[in-house]
Design a protein around this ligand. Structure first.
Ligand code: FAD
Length: 538
């Protein structure tokens, strides 16, 4: 199989043009082309009136070696790499070794469990939240009726934090072993549209994710895995063996004690109580940088026209996204994060008396507004003194937002123009905010530290140079966005992925500071599953 990279065709080309382009590119006759498939498709929209599709194609031809030799030196025509997934081991653990335990059923824990189950290693998964259907009822209940269930919400429950999301499935991680392909292949098996395998920025949307999570659960169980919902890990047991700290088991919220020597902690960035527990039990943790800011809503049509010009609305391009950065004069970077085209802003609290925002969409991305977090990078220098100080800092900001919103889970909001001028907003303009229960207009300046407010005021004006119309007086800001990534890192060794000071503990995914987003969390899950398997059979 050959791979042709960087094959470019105009946006509205007929299907037949692809075949013609392959024949021309390889200089072969029609009968020598056995078949082809699209490996990746992206677009270049820098010239809005002449948007170009860019293909990577896998092509089967007669006389492949000769074609390759003739094209020798052409960097865009190469043998197609083998991207199939191979299990790290087929060996069995010695008798008597307790089963591996995976804490958390987000994308990371789900893939740890799936890979272990596919290897026949019978994982036990512990998830504090409910199965995804019941969790959906609780989450929508919070948005509609302001009733927060602190164990079943946007952050906690089957599917993890990414379940009520835009379901963006791309990431910029290095992936030399093609683990991302394994993740996408499993998602397609579980019901995701096939196109996620080849479009450059695949996304699934909330409702499809819910069904896929159920399918993956069923597969883990059918392969011998066990999943316990509404089961929180409340303690871990560690003892010294030959001078080394070794995990011995966990205590669950129902009081039960479960022995294990292989404990994966894939607990996400919002399990603050569990972070505290790990710290108290002596697990090495350090503070790490994250970001804070607001969700910003514009009309989606404004973003579409700015990005695609006359091609706005083209079905193949879909709703336009954006990525913007501004380096403010006070030294802070302000950037867009987790942009959700045609989506809604959601209440993402998991603790009482605190307001947090995030964004989600459906597969169609057909809602009226585009939303994105606009956030300011912060570092442990902004919350010095203790490895868990970032959590206290997040809590403080989320509590301020709760009070500014009216102390009833409404979120505080402001029009962009008023925010830049520093005056409280009184009335919405043309942009109707999508956040539920509601947005309460106010002055957002007291919600975040001064340096962040100053940097964002400058950035909103500067962004107008990158996206014409972005600095829009009545665009709506909703606060606060504080859970952009984990405020801590549970450090692990590079070689066996076990905690720096506690053997048998495998910190994994976003909460441990090793992923950011669904895809990178799932890929980290595969890596950790392999490390657990190799340790189990050693
Ligand atoms: P999580 O998904 O957070 O899963 C951790 C799980 O552990 C949770 O289910 C939790 O209940 C469980 N848990 C925690 N503590 C315990 C305990 N003590 N005992 C038992 N269980 C426990 N990323 C993208 O790539 N694309 C997007 O479009 C996107 N949109 C998002 C939208 C929203 C609203 C949110 C909140 C996040 C979004 N993200 C998105 C981020 C993405 O969801 C996360 O990066 C990803 O879910 C992290 O995966 P994880 O498995 O590491 O952790």
């Amino acid at each position: 199989m050959l791979r042709i990279n960087e094959l470019k065709l105009p946006l509205n080309h007929p299907d037949s043009a692809l075949r013609e382009a392959i024949l021309t590119r390889l200089g072969i006759a029609g009968e020598d082309l056995i078949g082809f498939s699209v490996f990746k498709r992206s677009y270049d929209a820098r010239k809005k009136t002449a948007i170009v599709l860019i293909y990577a194609l896998d092509v089967e031809v007669r006389g492949e070696a000769a074609v390759l030799a003739r094209m020798g030196g052409d960097q865009y025509i190469v043998p197609a790499p083998d991207t199939s997934y191979k299990f790290a081991t087929t060996a069995r653990p010695p008798a008597g070794v307790p089963r591996p335990v995976v804490v958390g059923m987000g994308p990371c824990g789900m893939f740890v469990a799936l890979i272990l189950a596919q290897m026949g290693l019978n994982p036990i998964v512990l998830e504090r939240g409910k199965i995804v259907r019941e969790r959906t009822v609780d989450t929508f209940g919070f948005w509609r009726k302001r009733k927060l269930n602190t164990e079943s919400n946007v952050q906690f429950g089957e599917g993890g934090a990414g379940t009520f999301s835009d379901g963006k499935l791309y990431s910029q991680i290095k992936d030399p072993k093609h683990y991302g392909r394994k993740v996408l292949t499993e998602f397609v098996k579980a019901g995701a549209p096939e196109e996620i395998l080849y479009v450059s920025k695949p996304h699934i949307g909330t409702f499809r994710l819910v069904k896929m999570v159920e399918q993956i659960r069923a597969e883990i169980q059918s392969l011998g895995g066990e999943i316990r919902f509404e089961t929180r890990v409340d303690d871990i047991f560690v003892s010294e063996e030959n001078g080394v700290r070794q995990v011995q088991g966990v205590r669950l919220s129902n009081g039960e004690e479960l022995p294990t020597r292989h404990l994966v902690m894939a607990i996400g960035h919002s399990a603050r109580d569990t972070f505290e527990l790990l710290y108290e039990r002596g697990v090495y943790i350090e503070a790490k940088p994250f970001s804070i800011g607001f969700r910003v809503e514009h009309p989606q049509s404004l973003i579409d026209v700015c990005r695609f010009g006359p091609n706005a609305g083209n079905k193949l391009l879909g709703a336009a996204d954006y990525k913007i950065v501004h380096h403010a004069s006070n030294g802070r970077s302000v950037y867009s994060f987790c942009m959700c085209p045609g989506g809604t802003v959601v209440a993402a609290s998991s603790e009482e008396g605190r307001v947090v925002t995030n964004g989600m969409s459906q597969y169609s991305r057909a809602e009226r507004n585009a939303n994105s977090a606009i956030v300011v990078g912060i570092t442990p220098d902004d919350y010095p003194g203790h490895p868990l100080a970032g959590i206290a800092f997040q809590r403080e900001l989320e509590s301020r937002a709760y009070v500014l919103g009216g102390s009833n889970y409404d979120a505080p909001g402001q029009l962009m123009g008023d925010f830049v001028k520093g005056v409280a907003s009184k009335e919405f303009g043309s942009v109707v905010p999508s956040f539920k229960p509601a947005v309460r207009l106010t002055d957002l300046a007291p919600s975040l530290p001064d340096y962040a407010i100053q940097a964002m005021r400058e950035a909103f004006v500067a962004f107008d140079k990158q996206i014409k119309g972005y600095y829009k007086h009545d665009a709506v800001l909703t606060g606060v966005e504080t859970r952009t990534s984990s405020p801590i890192r549970i450090k692990r060794n590079d070689h066996d992925l076990q905690s720096l000071n506690t053997r048998g503990l495998f910190p994994a995914g976003e909460g441990a500071g090793y992923a950011g987003g669904i895809m990178s969390a799932a890929v980290d899950g595969i890596r950790v599953a392999e490390a657990v398997a190799l340790s189990l059979v050693a």
